[in-house]
Structure formats: C-alpha cells, structure tokens
Ligand binder design. Structure first.
Ligand code: ADP
Ligand code: MG
Ligand code: MG
Length: 982
C-alpha cells in the first residue's frame, strides 16, 4: 500500500478514496488475492465483477471497483469484467505492448460472459455487444476514452436488427460504434464523421440524427469505413476480437493522452494516487430500444443543496452519452415517477442501498432497456460547500456516518467558499482574464492603479480594486481601503497575497493577462483597455477577473457550521491561535474561535500615521536621551494597544513579538527624499527670481509696465510670508539630515541585516519600552480583574546570549512593575525560531525560554538561501515547471528540509527544557497540507491569519483523525510522507 497516496491530498474525494485504501491495506489486496489464483503468467489481470475486490480502487480503478461492489451487493449490473491497472502499467513498461497472456485471459473471461448472457461475441444470430470503458483510481471525468457497442460488424449488425426486430436501431448502434472506434482506436479526427452526418442530414432535410432512416444510416456507416481507409490507411476490422484488442489498447493509451496528463497536472494527481487506467468490459444494455427504454444520471442526494432526496435527469429512448452530449434536453427525474413508476420505485430503493453500502452520497448512471433497469456506474458525488456540510450533519444523525467520518469528508476548500463572498453562480459571467487565486472571496469596484488613490477614493466611500504590477509594504494604506487586490506579477506568497489573506480581502496575483501601461495609468486586460475608474470584479477563489460588477452572494454561517466546529474542536489536539496586530484583528480572531494570539507584531503599531513622526524622531535621535524622549511618548500609546488586545483576549495567551523590521522601513525612501529636496530647492529659487522680477519691473523704461508694480509687490510680500513661516533653508537642511541618516541605515541585504533582536541589543531602550508597555498593561488589567496573559517573544535570535540579555531586562522591569502595581505577573518568555543557528542551538535556547515559535517564512528563506520575492518572481515558477521543486516552499512547508530542521530543533529543545511549548506562526500555519505535518510534529499550536482560523480548526481535526488511522509501523514507514528522516 502506498502511504503517500493515502495522505497526499486533502481533497475530500481523495480522502474518501484514501479511507477505502486504508481499509484495503488491512484487508487482503487484490494483488495478494491474485497470488493464489495465478492464471496466465504470474499475475491475474482480469477479474469478473463477481470476483474482484471492490475495495481495491488502485487496482480496479474507481469505475471498476464500483461495478464490482454493486454486483456483489446484488444490484442490477450488466455482466462484465475488469482488466487491472497493473496491466496498464505493464503495457507502458513494455513500450506499449499488451502484457503476455493478457488477451488469452480476456478471451477466457469473454467466454464466461457469453455463457452468462447466453449470447455470442461476433455471433450474428444472437450477438453479444460490449462497452470498453476506462476508469482510473481517482475519477477524472471525461478525460479518458470509452467505446460503446463493440462487437458489431457488417453481418452482426444485420443479426442485431433481426434479434431486436429493429433494423434501424441496429444501424444506429453500428454508426455510433464506428464513430467512437474510428476516433478512439484508429485516431481519426472526429470532424470527418460530423461532416458526413451533417451533409446527410442536410441532403435528407432532417434536423435530428433520430430522423435518419435505416438505409441512409447504412450508407453513412459505409462512408465512415471509407474515412478509415482514406485518413489512416486502415480497413475497419470486421473481427470483433481484433476490435476488442484494439479498444483495450486505445483505452490504455488514453491514460497518457494530452487531456488526461493536463488534468493530472492541474489536480496534482501523483502516480501514488492513481497509476494507470483499468479497462471495464461491460455487456451493452440499450436505453434506445423504444419508449420503454431510457437512460439517465442520478444522485442519492441533491448535490446543490444537500437535501436528502433523489436527484437526477433522464432521457427516454436514448443511449448514455446522449444525456451528457446535450443533444436533447433531459427531464428531471421526478417525471420518471409518472412515465415509469415501477422503475422509479426501484431507483428509490437503490438510492438507499447505495448509501447504506458506500456511506457516501453517490452519483450513478442508469439505463432502462425495455423496462429492465441496470446501473452502469457509481461514484462519490461531488458537491458544493453547502451540500457537503448539510449532508455531513444529516448522515451523522441518520447514523450513516460517525462524526469522525463526517468531519473527514468536508474539504477545507469548501469551508473557504462558505466564509467568503462568492460570485453568484446564476450570473453566468465570462472572465476576461485569469490569474493565481491568492485570497478567496469575490469583490467588485473601480480600478485604481496606486495606493494613495485607493486610500483617497476608499475614504470617500467608493468601492475600489487596487491593481498593480506588484505591491510593496508602503502600499498598505491602499489595501485598507480597497475591496480587493489584483497584481500582474507575484505568486501565492507575494506581498500582496500575504497581506490580503491577513486582511481577509479577495486577491488575485500573477495575472499575466494584464499589462499595466502608461506609467501605471491604464492597463490592458488581454486586449481590452482599462482606465482608472472602470469597474471590474475579481474572484480570489478562482483567480478569474470580470469586467463590470458581477453580483456576489454573501457568506453564509449557519448553526450547522457551529456543530461541525464543535466536533472538530473535540477531536483536534493541535492548538489554533491567530496572528493579530490590532484590536480589530483580535476581535475577529476570537469570533473565529482562536485560542489565543500566536503573533502580535508590534511594528504595525508604529506604522500608524499618528505615530510614525514620533518613531522617526526616535530613530533619528542623536543621543540616547533624545531617543528616550521619543520613546517616552510612544510608551503610553503602545501600552494602550496592548491593553486593548490583552483585554479582548482575556484568559487566552497573547504572544507579543518585540520590534523586528530594520529601522529604515519606518523612514522615507531615498528617492522620495531626493525628490522632495529638489522641489524645495525649486521653490526657493522661484522665490528669489520673483524678487528679481519686481526690481526689473521698477527699472524698466516701459511705462506701460509701471502700473503693475504694486501688484507684483503684493505677490512678493505674500511669498515672503511663506519664507518666514517655512524657512526653506532650514527645511532643506532637515531633509538633507534625514537623507543622510537614511543613507546610513540603508543596508545591502536588509533581510539579513540590522533587524530583530540585533536592534534590541543595539538600542536596548526600544525593547525595554516595549516590555514595559506590555507589563504595565498587564498589571493594570490584573488590577481591573482582567486575566491578561502576555507572552514576550524575541525575533531573529541566533544565540542564547541574546535571549539572556533580553530576559534580564524583562525580569528587572517585571520587578519594578510588580512593586508599583502591587500585583504578581506571570509572563511567558520565548523566542522565534527563524535562523538556522537557532535550530542548531535549540537545546541552549530552550534553557532560557518557555516556548519556541517557528517563523517558517524566514526559516524557509534561511534554509534554502532564497529570498522569497526574488525566488517567486524570478525562478520558482520555472523550478516548479521543471519539477525541480514540486511546490512553492513558501506556500507548502518543505517537509524534507525545513521540516527536518524543525524536528531536530524540537527534539533538542525538549531535551533542554522538557516543558517547552512549541508553536508556529508563519504563513504555512494556514496551509492545510502543512498543518497536517505540524500535527505529525506534535506542535502545541499553529497561529494563522484570523480568517483562516476556522479552516485550520477543521484541518487540525482531520489531521488528528488521519494520524489515528495509522499504526505505529505505518508512522515509521519511510513511505510515510511526514517521516522527515526518510
Ligand atoms: P465516462 O467515464 O466518460 O462517464 P463511461 O465509461 O461511463 O464514460 O461511458 C460513457 C457513457 O456510456 C455513459 O453514459 C455510460 O452509462 C454509457 N455506457 C457505458 N457502458 C455501457 C453499457 N455497457 N451499456 C450501456 N451504456 C453504457
Ligand atoms: Mg460514466
Ligand atoms: Mg521573521
């Protein structure tokens, strides 16, 4: 059994498949079984529906195992057999040759089929026809091929006409077979057949295929056969056995058809999840034998709303593919109750049987041949978010599912849909461009191309979408006011994406269909010109961009959801906290069920417009006393921030991270300063020239100018007022000083520069102020009866020496504050783990801390020596395309590298301090696949954006459940994807 296949994906469908696989893993597998029934060669390749192991989807494919299961529980399935995916793998291993003995084995099973059906394959008197159908372990709808009506030839078709007393039907079946066979087995372009049919219909003056008479169908069949010769130089094989072999090979080939390969790439289906297609040979049943025949598709529950009622569509007198092809409009299944009440009742019973057996909503195909009902396929139904949640709750109360199974079948993607605005599905809007979906939700608004404009218009109450090539930290004010963000560059973890997710705003990034032009004043969306003020709609869940305002529907939270979350919380062992920097974020985090704040970034508090000037004062101070003056002004502000947040999170831990970013981030950029200085100098020069003008006018000999002298003098006196109020020399000098300072603080590589605890060590008064603000806030709250639980966290640590210093400050200040307020404070002290050295020194760091919190963004950068922005913009997409790296490591945690480092760190850390708590507060905390790994690592908590808290609560429960499904041998298996030492 392959564990990766079992655990790789969190798609709910895959989950169900995985569950089946795990059961299979413990029971006998099909391959094992085959060992005692060796037939031709050493492996058994073909299983009758009566004998296969329906739990083994890997071997029999989804369709095959469904047919096997249904046969074995007594449902009406046409007789048939499955050729295993193993045969397909061998077909490719032998450079596209059928494995030895396969056809002999197939022949043996076909003989049995003849006996069961009392018909003969290729026998014109009483012909057996079959369908040859593809079907891999994971459903890939429409991606591979199926041939119907196989076994017909020029004489059998006549026999079929006689046997069914319907010659037209026989030729129609032949026509369909030739068409499918030509296209799939011989590779003839289907347009040739379409053209022949269309021409015939025109000549005959009929509208539908169904109106073509027998003789004309016969002619068409002959023309089709001519096409084979002309197009691919091959005669139509009259021998049904030859047809069968060619069809089997064609189905195997379709596994590596372009459609199928693209599909697997898109949905990240790895060989461990599905490897090769099975081939199902199924006795044909005909829904097109008259008005007592029909074909249709059913769902055991409504996949749109989840209602527990039969749902589906059917066509009278039609073959299966007609329903899908949309040749005629099918009728709702409720109508079958009137047209064929007995068969309808039968389907109602089957609906119950299917659900009782599969314990999952099923999507099935049926055909009625002259009143007799057959099922031709069943699979787990794909549902939307609402239906998936409703059916989970219903099936638990109907005792079809346990709570655990119900939780496992809800996909995180579904919850995401529910928590955000969605494009109204009934709007049927056509996207103009597609980008990478980065933060779910849909929003519409006027396009603005810069952050200031977004802020200005947003403040005026306009709905705006910020559209940029990429965004930078200084665009943040524009984010606050924008309804959504759209960038033409960057990936899922670009600045825009990260910030937007943090704010829960819709965001689409890396939209290459868009070209920003004209210095960011207009854009081309494909070839449509868009200017500021034009309205667009973006869908951050799909990455689609629409022109105009597409209607959206509100997120729906019902009581159903709280039940689901209650179950999840009961099961999960991993704590879920939120990253929250402001009281608003904290409130939201709490509403979404966060059990604390795992990361409160204090720099956000420094960035607000009222504080930035003071922060700059502090940075530009020439002496420690001057700096202290500025800090004294900041202290009460910061204290107030902490007080609010600690109060909101009463009784829950709040991890406050001391200042982290390099100081230049708070200063204006060199370019903007240079520009400003230049402008001030222009003004200064202008003033000087004006003064000169007045003199020139006075001495001018032109009398007609004399009368303007008073006016000019007026202007000059007003201008000198500007000079008096704003001594330009001084202004310029001040700006130049700032410029000087900015140049001094500029760093070649700020990410690895003077930041984090290194700042704290150089300017202890900054960290001391922050610690004091936090402790004062807590003391005051305690005295007000509020249970404040701060934790102080130090960023960018590389050695315990750094921590010891900060800890000493903390202890000194704590003593002072305790005496001053007469309270006892309990402050947890911890470090971020985001440098490789910190990992290597984990044992020591743990001795001076209560907790570690992995900053996996920086730790990933440090482990790969990739700078994130550069990687994502320059080479990561190529690396992914070339499969050098499978995922973006900034999005999905790199288990084998970063994960391994984390594991070592935790082990050493726990040796240094057995009570050590370990969390993670990087972006990865919101990524379902990574969360599953964090569960396996045994972390205490993960901390993610408030908006992701609900999803992570569910994912953490699912991860726990899946972990419980595995035995310890499986957990230690090198194939176990979370086994970092393999
Ligand atoms: P897909 O995987 O694309 O749905 P299928 O193998 O299920 O392809 O077959 C396509 C259509 O042909 C379906 O509507 C199916 O019900 C119908 N079909 C397949 N085999 C038979 C059969 N033996 N008798 C009647 N209809 C069949
Ligand atoms: Mg099908
Ligand atoms: Mg960091």
């Amino acid at each position: 059994m392959n564990l990766e296949g079992k655990l790789a994906s969190v798609d709910s469908d895959a989950l169900r498949d995985k569950e089946a696989n795990s059961q299979r893993g413990r029971a006998t597998t099909g391959t094992e079984r085959s060992n005692d029934s060796k037939t031709m060669g050493n492996v058994k390749f073909v299983f009758d529906f009566e004998e296969g192991d329906g739990k083994n989807k890997q071997l029999l494919g989804g369709k095959g195992s469904g047919l096997v299961e249904m046969t074995q529980i007594g449902l009406p399935i046409p007789f048939g057999c499955v050729i295993t995916t193993e045969a397909c793998r061998q077909y490719y291993a032998k450079s596209k040759k059928l494995p030895d003995g396969l056809m002999a084995e197939v022949t043996k099973h076909m003989k049995r089929l003849e006996n069961k059906t009392k018909k003969g394959f290729g026998n014109a008197e009483n012909p057996l026809l079959v369908s040859v159908r593809s079907g891999a372990a994971l459903s890939m709808p429409g991606m591979m091929d199926t041939i119907l009506n196989l076994g017909l030839n020029d004489s059998v078709v006549e026999g079929l006409g006689k046997a069914t007393k319907n010659r037209r039907f026989a030729y129609d079946a032949y026509r369909r077979f030739l068409q499918l066979f030509g296209k799939i087995a011989l590779g003839v372009d289907e347009s040739h057949f379409d053209n022949i049919l269309e021409t015939a219909k025109k000549q005959l003056g009929v509208e539908f295929d169904t109106d073509i008479e027998t003789d004309n169908l016969l002619k068409i069949c002959n023309e089709f056969k001519e096409v084979f010769k002309k197009e691919v130089g091959q005669e139509f094989p009259q021998d049904p056995w030859k047809q069968l072999q060619m069809a089997i090979e064609a189905v195997f080939r379709s596994w590596r058809g372009k459609r199928a390969i693209d599909y697997r790439r898109e949905f990240k289906i790895t060989p461990k999840m599905a490897d090769g297609t099975a081939v199902n040979i199924v006795t044909m049943v005909f829904g097109n034998m008259g008005n007592d025949s029909a074909t249709g598709v059913g769902f055991t529950r409504d996949p749109g709303i989840g209602e527990n009622a039969l749902f589906g569509e059917y066509l009278i007198n039609a073959q299966g593919e007609d329903v899908v092809a949309g040749i005629r409009t099918p009728k709702p299944i409720a109508q079958l109750k009137k047209e064929m009440p007995q068969q309808y009742e039968e389907i109602e019973v089957i609906r119950q049987v299917l659900e009782q057996h599969f314990r999952e909503v099923q999507d099935f195909e049926f055909t009625i041949e002259r009143g007799k009902l057959y099922l031709l396929q069943t699979r787990n139904a794909k549902m939307n978010a609402t239906a998936s949640i409703k059916t989970s709750l219903d099936m638990v109360s109907e005792k079809l599912l346990t709570k655990e199974k119900a939780l496992l079948r809800i996909s995180p993607g579904h919850l995401e849909q529910i928590f955000h605005h969605q494009i109204d599905p009934t709007a049927h809007a056509e996207p103009v461009a597609e980008g990478i979906p980065a933060s779910p939700g849909a929003a519409h608004g006027k396009v603005v191309f810069d952050a200031d404009e977004a802020e200005r218009r947003g403040r005026l109450g306009e709905a705006v979408i910020l559209v940029r090539e990429e965004t930078k930290p200084e665009d943040i004010h524009g984010f606050f006011q924008a309804r959504g963000i759209l960038t033409s560059r960057g990936g899922k973890t670009s600045h825009a994406a990260v910030v937007a997710r943090g704010m829960g705003k819709p965001c689409v990034v890396g939209c290459r269909d868009i070209q920003i032009q004209n210095n960011g004043k207009s854009a081309l969306f494909k070839d449509q010109k868009i200017v500021a003020g034009d309205v667009i709609t973006i869908d951050g869940a799909t990455g689609s961009i629409y022109l105009g305002a597409v209607t959206t529907v509100d997120p729906q939270f019902g009581p159903e959801l709280s039940t689901i979350f209650r179950w999840a919380d009961d099961i999960r062992t991993l704590g879920v906290r939120a990253n929250a920097d402001t009281p608003e974020d904290a409130t939201r985090a709490k509403k979404f069920g966060a059990e604390g704040i795992g990361l409160c970034r204090t720099e956000r508090m420094f960035n607000s417009t009222d504080r930035l000037p003071i922060v700059r004062e502090m940075i530009l101070a020439d002496s420690a006393t001057e700096r202290q003056k500025a800090l004294d002004k900041l202290l009460p502000m910061q204290k107030n921030d902490f007080k609010q947040i600690l109060k909101i999170m009463e009784g829950l831990p709040v991890t406050i991270r001391l200042l982290d970013p390099p100081l230049h981030e708070f200063l204006p950029s060199i370019e903007s300063l240079l520009q400003e200085i230049e402008r001030l100098k222009d003004v200064q020069q202008g003033l000087q020239q004006m003064e000169m003008i007045s003199d020139s006018v006075k001495v001018s000999l032109e009398p007609s100018l004399q009368k303007y002298i008073p006016k000019v003098e007026n202007v000059i006196s007003e201008l000198s007022e500007i000079k008096k109020d704003h001594p330009l020399d001084e202004l310029i000098k001040k700006k130049e000083e700032i410029l000087q300072k900015v140049r001094e603080t500029a760093e070649v590589n700020p990410m690895l520069g003077h930041r984090g605890v290194r700042l704290g060590i150089k300017y202890p008064e900054i960290y001391r102020m922050q610690i004091r603000a936090c402790l004062e806030a807590s003391a005051e709250l305690l005295n007000e009866g509020v249970d404040a639980r701060p934790e102080i966290m130090v960023p960018q640590v590389v050695t315990s020496q750094e921590l010891k210093r900060v800890r000493r400050w903390l202890e000194d200040i704590k003593q002072e504050v305790e005496i001053k307020h007469g309270v006892q404070l309990h402050i947890q002290f911890g470090t971020m783990i985001e440098t490789v050295r910190a990992c290597m020194r984990a044992g020591r760091l743990a001795q001076v801390t209560d907790f570690f919190s992995f900053g996996t963004n920086d730790l990933t950068q440090a482990t790969f020596s990739f700078s994130r922005e550069d990687a994502e913009n320059k080479f990561l997409p190529l690396y992914n395309e070339l499969k050098i790296l499978i995922d973006n490591p900034f999005e999905v945690l790199d288990i084998k590298g970063v994960g391994r480092l984390m594991k070592i760190t935790i082990d050493w850390g726990k040796k240094g301090n057995s009570k050590l708590k370990v969390g993670i507060c990087g972006e990865h905390a919101g990524n379902p696949r990574s969360v599953e790994f964090f569960q396996a690592l045994g972390l205490t908590y993960v901390s993610c954006s408030p908006y992701r808290v609900p999803i992570v609560r569910l994912v953490a429960a699912q991860a726990r459940l899946r972990e419980m499904m595995l035995t310890s041998a499986e957990l230690n298996n090198p194939d176990y994807p979370f086994n970092v030492f393999s």
